[in-house]
Ligand binder design. Structure first.
Ligand code: BTN
Length: 351
């Protein structure tokens, strides 16, 4: 019943903050007005900003800070991110939203399903690392997509997701959020890591049946485990440095998902076009050009470490149409490096 009350209050909130009468709620939900009043009191105790006004009813005075399925889906709808608004799965605590999304894929959930949690007990990073995902410390979410593409066209999807997240964070804050190729969100000038992306592909008989894109962005976390303290950051830490306001988790989520949704058809079109074009820079899809403009790796001396531990020193010079990194070695020759095959480290600091 509480979820339905929240849904009605949110509908009214997005209709110029109108009140919902107790009589209407009791009729809609088939319960007494006393039951409605009791449920509202409990919601207020739980921190929901609800105002009661005699003869008018109830209204939200602002959006609640607690994330919930009705809040996320109604707000996505208001934001115009209509595809993601359809199938929102929010839980207070899960092992990993990527794992929940993969289970969703196995259960036949539709594309654009969104899986989120306040806390992850086994948050996963790239290369088998742990992703620290304390309750309320940031946004931890996974997107289930089913693009009609070949496995070799998927290398760029993580870069594209990273670009959408970086663009969202740049529009929400005054921070110089950039991308450490391929998929780390970093904040310059210090170049500390603000977020990361873990993409997993579900293949069936060599066909892409689903893609899960897991995204973690640190928002309120102020302290990281010792081994991460020198390289990790959050919007709260950066806001102390810049004296700016920290956006809410809902603001971050909405901005990220609407950027992603708005750019999605461009990515699909660019990925398909890339198959039939050369990788000359004038042919680069628009999204790669956007990525290039905020790629902190380009122009830097980097160390490239292969899965087998082999190390190469080079200068990162450009990106290919498919999102591979083009580097120049000390002998002047160029090499193209695919995301997923290597790890890239800056020679001065994390970027
Ligand atoms: C990385 O930079 O190593 C990738 C981090 C990805 C973290 C996100 S949080 C939501 C989703 N669920 C997970 O278990 N991991 C991703």
């Amino acid at each position: 019943m509480k979820q339905m009350i929240i849904r009605s209050l949110l509908d009214a909130y997005y209709h110029e903050g109108r009140y919902v009468s107790g009589a209407l709620l009791s009729e809609q939900l088939g319960v007494t007005r006393a039951a409605i009043s009791k449920a509202i009191q409990q919601l207020v105790v739980n921190g929901y900003p609800i105002e009661s006004q005699k003869h008018h009813g109830y209204r939200l005075t602002k959006l609640p800070s607690q994330l919930s399925e009705p809040l996320i889906s109604r707000s996505l709808q208001a934001e115009g991110a209509l595809r993601f608004a359809q199938s929102v799965h929010w839980q207070p605590s899960v092992d990993s939203t990527n794992l929940v999304a993969r289970r969703g894929a196995d259960a036949g959930e539709p594309p654009f399903s969104l899986y989120l949690a306040d806390e992850q007990t086994s948050g996963r990073g790239r290369r088998g690392r742990i992703w620290h995902s304390a309750a309320g410390g940031g946004v931890w979410f996974s997107l289930l997509l089913k693009p009609d593409v070949q496995p070799d066209q998927l290398a760029s999807i993580t870069l594209f997701a990273g670009l959408s997240m970086a663009a969202a964070l740049r529009s929400l804050t005054a921070l110089d959020v950039q991308l450490k190729w391929p998929n780390d969100l970093v904040v310059l000038p210090a170049g500390r890591k603000l977020g990361g992306i873990l993409t997993e592909t579900v293949l069936e008989e060599n066909r892409v049946s689903a893609v899960v894109i897991g995204i973690g962005i640190n928002i309120t976390t102020e302290e990281f485990p010792d081994e991460l303290n020198a390289i990790a950051t959050s919007l709260a830490i950066e806001s102390v440095r810049t004296g700016s306001k920290v956006p809410t988790r809902l603001d971050v989520l909405l901005a990220c998902l609407s950027e992603f949704e708005q750019r999605w058809t461009d990515w699909l079109a660019g990925t398909v076009a890339e198959k039939s074009s050369s990788s000359q820079s004038q042919d680069l899809p628009a999204w790669i050009q956007d990525y290039r403009a905020i790629c902190a790796t380009l122009g830097r001396d980097v160390q490239i470490i292969s899965a087998s531990g082999q190390t190469l020193f080079a200068k990162a010079i450009d990106l290919s149409a498919g999102g591979d990194l083009i580097v120049r070695l000390a002998d002047g020759t160029q090499q193209t490096i695919s995301a997923g095959e290597v790890s890239v480290r800056g020679l001065l600091g994390y970027v």
